[in-house]
Design a protein around this ligand. Sequence first.
Ligand code: LLP
Length: 409
Amino acid sequence: MIIGGVSAWGLAESYGTPLYVTDEQALRENYRRIHSAFSRHMDTRIMYACKANSNLAILRILEQEGSGIDAVSIGEVQTCMKAGFSPDRILYTGVNVSTEELRQVVKAGVPVNVDSFSELRRLAEISTDVPISFRVTPGVGSGHHPKVVTGAKGSKFGIPRESIIDAYREALDLGFEPQGLHAHIGSGGQSVEPFMDLIGIMIDTVNEIKDQLGLSLRFLDMGGGIGVPYRPHDPVMEVDELAMTITDMIKEETEVETLYVEPGRYIICDSTVLLTRCVDIKTTPEKNFIGVDAGFNTLIRPAFYDSYHHVAIANKFNRACERKFDVVGPICESGDYLARDRVLPEPEEGDLLAVYDAGAYGFVMSSNYNSRPRCREALVNQGQAELIREREDMDDIWRHQTVPGRLQQ
Ligand code: LLP
C-alpha cells in the first residue's frame, strides 16, 4: 500500500502505530474541487469546518489554498489564528456560548454567527460593532445518524424559522448591522434534496427580511454536511450539480452577493487513513477477531455512530479473502470495534491494517480512555513523509492532575 508516494509499511515501521496519515495532495485536490464547483457560478467562500480536523499543518495547507474557517469554539478560533488565518476569514458559530467566550471572540475580531436571542442580547452588551449573522433552524434535517442531524425542528441549534425575522428586527434595534443568514442541516447525508429544501427556505427568509425590514443581507451560509462515500459502492454526491442548482436558485431569486459553504468531511475525510497493527488473533465458535492497537480511543466513529469505515490489510492486497472477521481494539468495552463482519485475507500478528476515510472526526474525537496516550499523525507529500503530531506519553496524561498533600503520605 502506497500513500502519497510513501509505503504504508515503511510509515508504520518508522513512526509506529496507531498512526493517522494524511496525503497533502488529496487534501488540496478536495479543496480545489469544491471551491471551483461553486465559485465558477457565484462568489463563494469555502469556510472549512475545522472541527473535522484542526491539526495546525492541515490548517496551514488550507490557509495556503485560500480557505475560510467555520469555528465553533474560542479554542478553534485561536488554533486557526495560530495557523495564520486572519480573523476576517473566520466565522464563529457557537451554541450555548458563555458571555466570557463571546468576549474573547469579539476581542479576536472574529464575526459572530448568533444562535439565540440570549446570545444576541449578551453580545450587544459587549459590542454592536461586530459583524453578525444569524443561524436559523430551517426545519430541514439530514445526516448519517440521528446524533448529527442539526436542522430539524426541535433542534438545540439556531433560532426557529418562525422567530427569525424578530431576531433581525431586534438586532437592528440594538444597533447591529446583520450581514448574513446561516443554517446547517446536519452532517454526512448522502442526498441532495435536503439542500434544495434548505436553500428554498433560506431564499424565502432572506427575501422576507428584505421586504419586512428593508435589510439586504450580503451572504447566505448553507452550512456543511456534504456526504462522502465510506463504503466501496456508496454513491458520490455530485458537487458540480449541487453547486450549479444551488447557485442558480440564489442568483435568480435573491440579491445576495456571496455564498458561504462550510464543508468539513468533504475536504479532509478521504485524504487520511489510520494505520493500525494486528497484535492478536482470536478464533471463537461464534466469531473471528483481529485484535489491533487502535480502539475507540483512537477512532470513535464506529463505536459512537455505528459508522462504516472500509478496512484492508495493507500488506496483503490482492490475497484471497475467505473468512469474516471483526476488527477490534484494546479498549475494555464490547462496543470497541473498528469494523464488523468483514471478509479479509487470513491475518497474522504483525500485519498492518488500513482504516480508510479517517481524516474527518478521527483524531479530533480521540481520547485518553483507558489511560492510552493519543497517537501520532503524519503528512505525506509526493514521496516524502513528515510528522505533524508527536504521540503523547504518560506525562501528558498526568500533567494536569494533582494529588492533595494529605494523600501523599
Ligand atoms: N457547519 C456546522 C455549523 C456544523 O455544525 C458542521 C458539523 C459542519 C459545518 C461540517 O459538517 P460536515 O461537512 O463535516 O459534515 N462527529 C460527526 C460529525 C459531526 C458534525 C458536527 N457539525 C461524525 O463523525 O460524523
